[in-house]
Design a protein around this ligand. Sequence first.
Ligand code: COA
Length: 258
Amino acid sequence: MLSPMDIKTATLNGVATIEIARPHKKNALTAEMYSAMAAAVRAADADTAVRALLITGQPGIFTSGNDIDDFMTRPPSTPDAPVFDFMRALVACRKPVVAAVTGAAIGIGTTMLLHCDLVYVSDEARLAMPFASLGLVPEFASSLIVPQLMGQAKAAEKLLLGDPFTAEEAVEMRIANAVLPAGEVLRHARRMAERFNTLPPGAVRDSKQLMRRASVERVLETIEVEAVIFGQRLSSPEATEAFSAFFQKRKPDFSAFE
Ligand code: COA
């Protein structure tokens, strides 16, 4: 169930903020939260009072990714599931999106950054895309974009081995713009988002569209292809072992799988 407080939205001084606020579950994202985020992105895009969007989390945690309990009990097994709708809403957003990565960003916590325009990361944040480790496959077109950004070798470390990485590495690997002290990242990201108030909004929108024009069709097609395989993998014995191990607080054992 979505508590009304799990996703908080507010528009202030031309910036529509989408705040992930489920700290007791490390901001894990449920189907209802994805629906709320998709609606918030579309509403902000349509609101003439909004010049930029700001996505943020809680002190020490951006998001721990998809809620693993949701993965087990009501998996997003079709392309019209809320998680995929959120992906399409973010990809289609015409206005600049700024991310304040206030802490750990796991799974979609990292891959959503690939679709933001400006990304600022707390110096205490750890990022990771442990899809394969969970018996899953990359999503949000990360199988396309991550190798393009950092090359196949680094991409294999992050997407196959699932190695976590620091905020500095996120900047080196071109996922993020800058590393900020934990206490300053949100303020800095908000300041950058507010800069769009002084710029001509039509020119910014057209520029963003042009910057993404060559890749947007591929990105959307990749999201669809990934979604099919992701949906199949969610019910695989490998994923079941990984999810069970997470909740049982033990290491998963994949030794019996071929
Ligand atoms: N889905 C569901 N519940 C989650 C969750 C997730 N993605 N991430 C954290 N939680 C829950 C934990 O089960 C725990 O619940 P409990 O208090 O009822 O036992 C609570 O949130 C706190 O998490 P915990 O693991 O104890 O916090 P931590 O500070 O030790 O570690 C993380 C934080 C983010 C490193 C760790 O929670 C984690 O690795 N989460 C899973 C990340 C992941 O694999 N996401 C899926 C990517 S596709």
